[in-house]
Design a protein around this ligand. Structure first.
Ligand code: SAM
Ligand code: SF4
Length: 352
């Protein structure tokens, strides 16, 4: 089982972001962490399964003192497998060297920085509150305090992007202690500043392919549409777990869990969550068709692939055609997309 923990606080709201995060609720942080521990203890007791990976995401987890995570880790410890992967997200402006040191000392062994770009103009355009030198310093500090697994989130497909800008970002990454990149194409979400604005997005498949080629030249190989790792050991086990359709607990306001073929939604409202952290606002039952669609989509987007036994006869005949056309690769009774970017088209063609 995987564990996701959500921290809904941010120091500022980026122009593209629709995640459940708030800039004016910092005074609730201590109460929030107490509520979160109540839900965590309850779920761990109810499910009593071993935890393979933890992902502390947000919002901005680096807005919370390291000592609070120590308390969380003490609760999870009895359930953790040996060699568990424990990731925390951090923003370059709030992840001080002291915070990184403390976080590392309590056993968190992977860090994911929301860098987005190393271009100060693009960072401003995205509404980020850090600059290039803060991002470089934060990544170097992480390495200095002992982190071997460092991810860098990048956003592309904005109007400011061109080969030169991306190449420049890459030449900086090349010299940094980063072994994983998550590169997201900009999505315009309702309710964000960008939703109101024109000329923000620049959907350019050629530029995306250029970026992916450059990642590959630097030794980062693609193992999912948006994820690139320097060697198999650098792949995120937590990410892979989602794509393998493993069960996960979702702890915190706005977190989603998925267990026993049910998706559980907690309360987005932080005040209400603190009042009653055990309440789920929705429990969505997943039927066999929902599960199949999910397994096919997640599998084709990543190195996980799809078990051929899941398909009906009609889809199996089409799969044979796709293998002949080299769009799918067949290995050990599983099929893999030859190009993860075509995952949606493949699923559509198979009529899943
Ligand atoms: C939820 S954020 C949390 C990380 C951290 N708060 C940060 O931004 O520094 C995780 C990542 O999702 C990506 N992201 C969020 N909204 C997005 C959007 N609308 N389009 C593309 N990527 C997005 C960003 O790259 C971000 O770093
Ligand atoms: S991208 Fe990260 S820092 Fe920016 S608002 Fe979203 S969660 Fe907060």
């Amino acid at each position: 089982m995987l564990l996701y923990i959500h921290i809904p606080f941010c120091d500022s709201k980026c122009f593209y972001c629709a995640f459940n995060s708030y800039t004016s609720l910092h005074s609730l942080r201590d109460d929030y962490m107490e509520a979160l521990k109540i839900q965590l203890k309850d779920e761990l007791k109810k499910n009593a399964k071993k935890i393979e990976t933890i992902f502390i995401g947000g919002g901005t987890p680096s807005t919370i003192k390291a000592s609070k995570y120590k308390e969380v880790m003490e609760i999870v410890q009895p359930y953790l497998i040996d060699d568990s992967e424990i990731t925390i997200e951090a923003n370059p402006n709030s992840a001080s060297k002291e915070w990184l040191q403390e976080i590392f000392e309590i056993g968190i062994n992977r860090i994911s920085f929301g860098v987005q770009s190393f271009d100060d103009k693009k960072l401003k355009f995205l509404g980020r509150n850090h600059n290039k030198s803060q991002a470089i310093a934060a990544i170097n500090h992480a390495k200095e305090v002992g982190f071997e697994n460092v991810n860098c989130d990048i956003i592309y497909d904005t109007q400011l992007d061109n080969k030169e800008l991306l190449q420049n970002d890459l030449s900086i990454i090349k010299n940094l202690p980063v072994n994983h990149i998550s590169a997201y194409s900009l999505i315009i979400e309702e309710g964000t500043k960008f939703f109101e604005k024109k000329n923000v997005q620049f959907e350019n498949e050629e530029l995306a392919r250029f970026l992916f080629e450059q990642f590959s030249k630097l030794g980062f190989s693609q193992y999912e549409i948006s994820n690139f790792a320097k060697g198999e050991n650098a792949r995120s086990k937590h990410n892979l777990g989602y794509w393998q359709y493993k069960e996960y607990l979702g702890i915190g306001s706005g977190a989603v869990g998925c267990l026993n073929n049910e998706r559980l939604y907690t309360q987005n409202d932080v005040h209400k969550y603190i009042e009653n952290p055990l309440k789920y606002v929705e429990i969505e039952k997943l039927n066999n068709e929902d599960i199949l669609v999910e397994k096919v989509l997640l599998g084709f987007r990543s190195v996980v692939g799809v078990d051929v036994g899941l398909f009906n006869q009609d889809a199996k005949s089409k799969i044979d055609l796709l293998i002949d056309a080299k769009k799918l690769i067949f290995e050990n009774n599983r099929v893999y997309a030859a190009d993860f970017m075509l995952a949606d088209e493949l699923s559509l063609y198979l009529d899943i």
